[in-house]
Design a protein around this ligand. Structure first.
Ligand code: NDP
Length: 286
């Protein structure tokens, strides 16, 4: 029969409608939302990502401000981010990662105030997540939780295994699943007996960046498998999961592309709208 496909593209398109409506409602109340997207690296993938974010802002009626400056040193990047942070027109700030080699990422990210930290990646935002207090959450993990909820996948008491411990994906999704009352475990490159731990999972989240690493030997019959990975092989985008091999073992499975990716950007848009409405002191239907 095969797995039920977790159609991120479809869920993101519904979410987009909701976000679009919220932008219009806020506009009607005099709140014009503005997002600053700053790219300081010369990374090709980053150039694509910032363009996608700007395009989605324009589609939703959020004003984007795009800053693309390469070759800046630590002080200049910090000055740039500080001035964006002081700008009252700007509701949210993204500092596109990775930052150039030699730049202290934490120092830069900490210059974004928590209420504008729409990537949810600075130390304060991470602390709010750790404590399960309201705040702006990292976008990819939020998108994954949104997807699982849309498909009414019960998380309570479930054994979740997360492959990868990055601050961007693995670690925050671990905390979010814990806050949803799942029982999460993180495995990583130093984990022993990794395959068998993965095979215990009711919910398996894979974020390693290793193309097609996870095959059916890692997957319990009927498990929910979420593939975060994006790799390019011979011009084709593939995930960390060998989709064809896992398809008839998993109960639910995300495709790549069309799975987690579209949700990440929609989650970012929701963060920007939430940030703007909180800053304006307006309660809407978030
Ligand atoms: P990182 O490289 O920061 O982290 C990868 C993690 O996977 C590390 O914890 C690493 O372990 C672990 N890992 C790597 N190889 C293995 C292995 N062979 N066995 C076990 N663990 C392993 O990556 P990110 O978390 O930033 O991203 C992961 C993937 O997700 C990438 O392909 C990225 O492009 C994609 N991505 C997709 C997004 C989307 O919207 N769809 C958003 C963000 C990322 P260790 O810590 O021990 O080194």
């Amino acid at each position: 029969m095969g797995a039920i496909i977790l159609n991120g593209k479809e869920v993101a398109s519904q979410w987009e409608k909701k976000n679009s409506l919220r932008v219009q409602n806020l506009k009607a109340k005099g709140v014009n939302i503005c997002l600053a997207v700053a790219r300081f690296n010369d990374d090709e993938a980053s150039k694509v990502y910032v363009r996608k974010k700007v395009a989605m802002c324009e589609k939703l009626g959020i004003k984007p401000i795009l800053i693309e400056e390469e070759g800046l040193d630590q002080e200049k990047i910090e000055n740039r981010v500080s001035s964006l942070n002081k700008d009252k027109e700007i509701n949210g700030i993204i500092v596109q990662l990775p930052l150039p080699k030699g730049i202290d990422k934490e120092r830069v990210l900490s210059l974004v105030s928590p209420e504008k930290d729409v990537d949810g990646l600075n130390v304060f935002s991470c602390g709010l997540l750790y404590k399960n207090m309201p705040g702006l959450r990292p976008c990819t993990p939020s998108g994954i939780i949104h997807l699982l909820k849309e498909y009414k996948i019960d998380l309570v008491g479930k054994r979740a295994v997360i492959l990868g411990r990055s601050q961007l994906v693995g670690l925050p999704i671990f905390l979010m699943l814990l806050h949803e009352n799942a029982t999460p475990t993180i495995v990583h490159s130093k984990t022993k007996d990794l395959k068998n731990i993965c095979k215990e999972a009711d919910i398996l989240i894979v974020a390693t960046g290793r193309a097609k690493m996870v095959n059916r030997e890692y997957v319990k019959e009927g498990a929910v498998v979420v593939d975060v990975g994006i790799s390019r092989i011979e011009g084709k985008i593939v995930g960390d999961v060998d989709f064809e091999d896992v398809f008839d073992v998993a109960g639910y499975l995300t495709p790549v592309p069309g799975g987690v990716g579209p949700l990440t950007i929609m989650s970012l848009m929701e963060n920007v709208i939430n940030a703007a409405s909180i800053q304006a002191g307006i309660k809407d239907d978030a």
